[in-house]
Design a binder for this molecule. Structure first.
Ligand code: S3P
Length: 430
């Protein structure tokens, strides 16, 4: 008998993307920024510790409200760090902070863990250099990133060449420090939290601007932010509910920003209806409850639309594992960006799915699962590559496989979801 998982989850991790941005915006605002429900995930703690290295005043209350208070005197209040700034596993910290450091009149060096030191950084170095900062990368265009900032930067007209919210946000952060108006656009829409939180767009307006206009050198008044639950974290629990045909699993207060809900669209296209409830807007972000009741995935997921790939980029590992387990089939194209994440997620998924017996074919930008053969091993080793989303995707799979799945580093889930395994155990009905 496979277990069932039901209940109401009120304590999903606060959104990782919004937590990063709230802290970074606080560091360049004038006054006291109060952030309610800041994520305890390791990535977000890396943003706080990096800012602390740069002299930012941060107070964190580890209470029910998980609030963080940041005090700053505005755009140019950071102090040089005597040591390289440690971003650990967090690409968002490194790329977005680089946009701010590019405008500070001192030298900085950004470093990370083994995974982050392999990820592409030219994508941010190019626009920041065009704005007047001096940057040096390694010979393979990765970190360490050495930045010699220029105060003020020059404004830029820039279209991001890769669908990346981190690159877009990096340029927006830099543009806030430029002596003129910058115009930033993207061919494919990515998550829009930075522009929403800075009041640069109206996210609920049907007429989406095709360019984000940023007037530089304008003081930003400190304000309060509330961080809703992370839709990327919710995807793992939805997969759990679908695979166990849960009578009811309710996820409270999830960020339902349309630039983040592509995974729900992908599931709906395959006939899975997840209901939303109590939908409202707080601080420009749509928030609501997700209800998954008596639903299961019957049709394989086939994903090839570039816009949906960008929208659901962090959910693709879980969707791939879900579709494979539920239907023995899955198809993904135009997702080459997955190779530039915390691990090469195309290779990591295929390797581990093959270990579970799935028959896969790999392309440069995706892969297909064509069927499954029986594997007689009682124990299957899963290589996480220390990638939180690979660990959690196969952590979910472990409840639905006959063999025991032994993950080499389950603890890396804490990068975005510190209590992942204990929360799931709490939902298990025996
Ligand atoms: C993020 C953007 C995405 C995503 C990452 C968080 C963000 O990365 O994969 O987990 O907060 O802006 P890219 O911008 O590299 O696509």
């Amino acid at each position: 008998m496979k277990p069932q998982f039901c209940g109401t989850v009120t304590a999903l991790p606060p959104d990782k993307s919004i937590s990063h941005r709230a802290a970074l915006i606080g560091a360049i605002s004038t006054g006291e920024t109060r952030i309610e429900n800041f994520s305890a995930g390791e990535d977000n703690q890396s943003t706080l510790s990096a800012l602390a290295q740069l002299g930012v005043q941060i107070q964190q209350e580890v209470s029910q409200t998980r609030s963080v208070v940041i005090r700053s005197n505005g755009l140019f209040d950071l102090k040089p760090s005597q040591t390289p700034i440690q971003c650990n596993n967090s690409g968002s910290t490194m790329r977005m902070l680089a946009g701010i450091l590019a405008a500070q009149p001192f030298r900085s060096t950004l470093i990370g863990d083994d995974s982050l030191m392999k990820r592409p950084m030219k994508r941010i170095a190019t626009p920041l250099a065009q704005m007047g900062a001096q940057l040096a990368l390694s010979a393979s265009d990765t970190a360490p990133i050495h930045i010699h900032g220029k105060k003020p930067l020059s404004p830029i007209a820039y279209q991001t060449p890769v669908a990346s919210a981190q690159v877009k946000s990096c340029v927006i952060f830099a543009a806030l420090h430029a002596d003129g108006t910058s115009e930033i656009s993207e061919a494919i829409q990515t998550r829009n939290h930075t522009e929403t939180m800075l009041g640069l767009i109206n996210p609920s307006s049907p007429e989406k601007p095709d360019k984000i206009k940023v007037r530089g050198l304008q003081p930003i008044d400190a304000k309060s932010f509330f961080v809703p639950s992370d839709p990327s974290a919710s995807c793992f629990l939805i997969a759990l509910a679908l695979l166990s045909k849960s009578p009811e699993l309710i996820l409270k207060n999830v960020c339902l920003n349309p630039t983040r809900t592509g995974f729900l669209t992908i599931l709906a296209q395959a006939g899975v209806a997840i209901q939303t409830d109590s939908v409202r807007t707080i601080g420009g972000e749509t928030i609501g409850d997700l209800v998954c009741a008596n639903a299961s995935l019957q049709e394989p997921l086939r994903i090839s639309d570039k816009a949906l790939v960008a929208n659901a980029i962090d959910e693709l590992p879980m969707l791939a594992v879900l579709s494979s387990l539920a239907t023995n089939k899955f198809e993904l194209h135009r997702a080459e960006e997955l190779r530039a994440k915390e691990s090469d997620r195309i290779s990591a998924l295929v390797l581990n799915l093959q270990a579970l017996g799935f028959i896969c074919e790999t392309f440069h930008d995706g892969f297909v699962v064509k069927g499954r053969k029986t594997v007689s091993n009682k124990k299957i080793h899963i290589q996480t590559f220390n990638d939180h989303r690979i660990a959690m995707s196969f952590g979910i799979a472990s409840y639905f496989c006959d063999a025991e799945l032994a993950l080499d580093n389950p603890d890396c889930a804490a990068v975005s979801f510190p209590n992942f395994f204990s929360l799931i155990e709490g939902l298990k009905q025996l």
